[in-house]
Design a protein around this ligand. Structure first.
Ligand code: GAL
Length: 393
């Protein structure tokens, strides 16, 4: 009899201990998962959304609309495989730029082998702009077919009636087939050699001069290559697509059609043969500024900057805008977007990615204030900073 009671008590105690442990574990878990209220930026650190999960919007860009910021970026998954697009474009919203609410996947990849946005494709650097005439949100992104490396070099276009989506994929393009850029050279209109016609140049360098080789002419009929990209809407409502082209050797800046869903035939070549990518652009005091990187894949390299009196150029390089320790790695980041802060004068935030190619989902965000020394922009490193940094402007 006593024996039975003891055994019973033991079982009860065990259950009790188990229950207490479970409650503790779940309790602690939910404390960790709880959202944090941020009041500053901490570049390179884990940045949690309203659900307590690290923000998943890499290679991203921001749209500001009626008091709300929308952050769009590549949704990555764990591991090396996570660099490809298994989910789509993630969207977050915020009123203060520090605290972000998960708005879900605004454009989903699909289980369709015939689609360019097939699950497992490469879908990079999505950017969204709002077209006031059509009242549509228009998303552009770099797209590469699943398992085909970076040869396709197209841009995908998707539209939505709401900023958070769902965006509808309308197709992918090469830019401006049959059109010469504004600054075409006579040499480009010469025939393209059989060697250039047949050769795929992997990027990073060329066996000769980009114009003598005539890479531009090679793509005249099928349209220009488009890889790393961003979008920019000017004060007059005209929008531009800015992308690494010609095997990444040259940046092209192309005007979009009035509805922002395609190119309108007007474009310019900049930094020909200089191999710059990851473009991020803004306008300040009537001048156009651009920050870019060199072409070293996921590995960071020294940033590049340039300024121009018009979006069409001429663009003058102003050197590496990163000026503190680790400037040669752009503070371990690569540019993706430059955000004008609403309601603050001369306030621009540099947004960069600290890629983690071995575990893509763990990529970090490096946001820093853009400062001006005369007409030259500089980026100092701040471990922790907030928007009051702009108050003295
Ligand atoms: C970088 C590019 C990224 C991604 C990566 C792949 O140069 O900026 O968007 O394409 O290469 O290696």
């Amino acid at each position: 009899m006593l024996d039975t009671v003891l055994i019973k008590m033991n079982t009860t105690n065990k259950n009790l201990v188990f229950n207490i442990l479970t409650i503790l574990l779940f309790g602690v878990n939910s404390i960790f998962a709880q959202s944090i209220k941020y009041s500053s930026f901490q570049p390179g650190e884990i940045w949690k959304d309203n659900n307590g999960i690290h923000i998943n919007a890499h290679g991203g860009g921001i749209l500001y609309q009626k008091g709300t910021y929308y952050w769009y970026g590549e949704h990555k998954i764990e591991g090396k495989a996570g660099n490809a697009a298994h989910v789509g474009v993630h969207c977050y919203s915020s009123k203060d730029l520090y605290n972000w609410k998960d708005e879900g996947i605004s454009l989903s990849v699909v289980n369709d082998t015939a689609s360019d946005i097939q699950k497992g494709c490469t879908l990079e650097r999505p950017k969204v702009i709002y077209n006031a005439k059509t009242k549509k949100y228009v998303m552009w992104f770099h797209i590469e077919k699943k398992g085909k490396g970076y040869k396709y070099a197209h841009s995908g276009v998707a539209v939505s009636a709401k900023p958070t989506g769902p965006f509808k994929f309308i197709g992918s393009v090469r830019s401006n087939p049959g059109h010469w850029p504004i600054n075409v050279l006579p040499i480009h209109k010469q025939p393209v050699s059989d060697y250039v016609k047949k050769t795929y140049f992997p990027g990073g360098g060329f066996p000769g001069n980009i114009d003598t080789l005539n890479i531009l002419g090679k793509f005249f009929d099928e349209g220009q290559m488009e890889r790393d990209m961003t979008l920019f809407v000017d004060d007059d409502g005209k929008a531009y697509h800015i992308y690494a082209s010609e095997y990444n050797a040259t940046l092209q800046i192309a005007q979009l059609s009035d509805d922002y869903t395609t190119h309108n035939g007007r474009y310019v070549r900049a930094f020909a043969g200089l191999f710059m990518e990851a473009p991020a652009i803004f306008k300040h005091n009537g001048l156009y500024y651009i920050i870019m990187s060199g072409t070293t894949g996921w590995l960071p390299n020294p940033g590049r900057a340039a300024v121009a009196p018009s979006i069409w150029g001429p663009w003058t390089e102003t050197g590496n805008p990163f000026v503190d320790a680790d400037l040669e790695t752009s503070y371990h980041s690569q540019s993706t977007y430059i955000l004008p802060v609403a309601g603050k004068k001369d306030a621009f935030i540099f947004m960069g990615d600290r890629w983690r190619p071995d575990n893509a989902i763990d990529g970090r965000y490096v946001w820093l204030p853009i400062e001006f020394e005369g007409d030259k922009m500089v980026l100092h490193w701040y471990e922790n900073w907030d928007l009051s940094k702009f108050n003295s402007n």
